[in-house]
Design a protein around this ligand. Structure first.
Ligand SMILES: [Zn+2]
Length: 581
């Protein structure tokens, strides 16, 4: 492949030389103290089939195509992290690439790579890099043809979405390839989101359903490069569903559980007298004569009984345990009066004392009611502002309420990954474990200093990606810090990195304080606008990549109790300094 291309390049250069002799002096540039005249066409760059016209022209130099470094970096979301007289450094997805002017060895994560063309300074000020080397360092395929450079993602075949349709409780997505997808739920309104990775779509569409709890299904090309098609199912009322793909992975189906036909329309509870008396939503208080109270009905086969309420206090935290096997629920907080409610879908209120008068520091009253024909609502009226968390346990749904002292700054610590998601693994470590250990050390430092600290997880349990920023937003936290450990295929990659998006100042202060405590390689700050924990948080937020789990030296540090405390101390010092500025 390379030899063939080489011949092509040489032929091209001969052609260029003849051509430029005839039309010498049309364009010029200087390199290595020489003035070069050329007159060949503008070189085009195609990235995944999309034509790009660089504003600073690519050049042919020693039969290699060179491009301005900032331009390629920008195209691939890489970052030029350092310049000096001798070298230039680029960071791409955590990969550190260093190129030297006029030196044939480059370094990818400290590993030497031989080059057949070196970085050049053009016209005394523009740093040009050989595009083939850089694109390959970015894990891309490169092809040269007819004055164009074609750069494509490796081993990625774009899947075309042929048809999306909904019929009788079933959503079908048909494609011509292998579907890979990501799914998650979003609240207010309840939505199921399916992201089809590496997929393209001809035209977006909205399908209005307005039946079986589903309001609308819409789909569109969410992004190009990377290609992503997003399908959103918006619910009037969350319906249980099952997602499956065919054996050949060409068709994805979502089957929604059927709701009973005599179900009341959304927004109109079957039994208005039983609804949450504190509800401030007046639209829900219209009596609906078409749906008289049906309290005495036996639960139908698809309904779960709610059998009891139990109230306990552990330390600061108040726990409301709801005895039920229902697994589909929604939790939210309302003001005036301050209360948290849990809606249990597909549930029927059993025969028990449905009101508990607690009257303690945190909780005033707990009330359970049949909110609509198949929704049970449990409302907890609070005496004090509190954060909430819901956990599903054997036969119970437990709502935990932790009081918030509004006079103290609130810091949310997010230990990355957990549960079914171990994060990076290597050197006998799991990222989920080490980051939790560091997070707990940070928690105790901050708590001792009198801050209000809330953890997104305190054990090895799974927390959704969107639930993490949602918790911090709900608390109106002052700082959000997510703790992770890095990993790379090449074990020589190592060091500490602070990722940020909405607040570089926080990142800088934490970086400076952290690097005083640890002696890991300083990889600096990296702006990451696409990270959910950074772009969905309303307060200053950072993600600390403590060290590389894939590097033996870094892994030793991550595993050490003493060293974990150094990470925690450094992050702590940074947060305190930031809050006191
Ligand atoms: Zn991670």
């Amino acid at each position: 492949m390379r030899n063939k291309l080489g011949h092509l390049f040489i032929l091209t250069v001969l052609f260029v030389l003849m051509y430029s002799t005839a039309y010498a002096g049309a364009k010029q540039y200087s390199v290595d103290g020489q003035l070069i005249s050329y007159n060949y066409p503008q070189i085009n760059i195609y990235i995944n089939g999309v034509k790009k016209t660089p504003t600073i022209e690519p050049l042919l130099l020693n039969s290699r195509v060179f491009v301005h470094i900032r331009y390629v970096a920008e195209q691939f979301g890489a970052k030029v992290t350092g310049y000096d007289k001798s070298k230039v450094s680029i960071n791409y997805n955590g990969k550190n690439i260093v190129l030297y002017y006029n030196k044939n060895t480059a370094y990818i994560d400290d590993k030497p790579v031989q080059l057949d063309a070196t970085v050049k300074l053009i016209n005394g000020g523009y740093t040009y890099v050989p595009i083939r080397f850089l694109a390959e360092a970015f894990d891309k395929n490169v092809r040269w043809d007819n004055w164009s450079v074609y750069i494509t993602d490796r081993e990625q075949q774009v899947v075309r979405v042929k048809d999306i349709r909904y019929n009788d409780g079933k959503l079908l997505v048909q494609t011509d390839g292998t579907i890979t997808f990501d799914k998650f739920n979003l609240p207010s309104p309840d939505r199921l989101v399916l992201d089809l990775e590496n997929a393209v779509l001809d035209s977006p569409n909205n399908i209005n359903i307005n039946s079986n709890g589903i309001k609308q299904i819409r789909y569109s090309q969410f992004s190009l490069n990377p290609n992503k098609v997003r399908v959103v199912v918006e619910f009037d009322k969350l319906v249980p569903y099952e997602i499956a793909t065919t054996d050949d992975k060409k068709v994805l189906s979502v089957v929604f559980n059927k709701l009973k036909e005599d179900n009341p329309p959304s927004g109109q509870p079957a039994n208005p007298s039983q609804q949450d008396p504190g509800s401030s939503d007046t639209s829900k208080q219209n009596p609906n004569p078409m749906n008289p109270p049906q309290q005495d009905q036996q639960p139908s086969s698809n309904q779960y009984l709610v059998n009891a309420l139990k109230y306990t206090v552990t330390g600061d935290t108040a726990n409301v345990a709801i005895a039920t096997n229902a697994s589909d629920y929604k939790v939210d907080k309302l003001d005036n009066p301050t209360r948290v409610y849990v809606d249990l879908y597909g549930a029927k209120l059993g025969n028990f004392a449905s009101t508990i008068d607690v009257k303690d520091d945190v909780v005033d009253t707990i009330k359970a009611s049949q909110y609509s024909q198949d929704t049970v609502r449990v409302v907890v009226y609070l005496n004090k502002n509190a954060s909430y968390q819901v956990l599903k346990q054997d036969g119970f749904i437990v709502l935990s309420l932790t009081p918030i002292d509004n006079s103290k700054k609130i810091i949310v610590i997010d230990a990355g990954h957990g549960g079914s998601d171990p994060g990076a693994t290597g050197n006998n470590l799991r990222e989920a474990d080490v980051v939790l250990q560091i997070a707990k050390k940070l928690q105790s430092l901050l708590a001792q200093a009198g801050y209000n600290v809330v953890m997104t997880r305190t054990d090895d349990s799974y927390v959704g990606l969107y639930d993490r920023p949602a918790l911090a937003n709900q608390l109106k936290a002052d700082v959000f810090v997510s703790i992770h450990a890095n990993s790379f295929s090449n074990p020589s990659a190592k060091g500490t990195e602070i990722l940020y998006f909405n607040n570089k100042k926080l990142a800088q202060v934490v970086h400076d304080e952290l690097m005083k405590q640890v002696d890991t390689v300083d990889r600096g700050l990296v702006e990451r606008p696409k990270l959910v924990v950074l772009n969905s948080t309303n307060m200053p937020s950072i993600l600390v990549e403590t060290a590389f789990i894939s590097n033996p030296d870094d892994a030793k540090k991550l595993a050490s109790d003493d060293y974990q405390l150094k990470f925690a101390q450094g992050i702590y010092n940074g947060i305190v300094k930031f809050l006191n500025q």
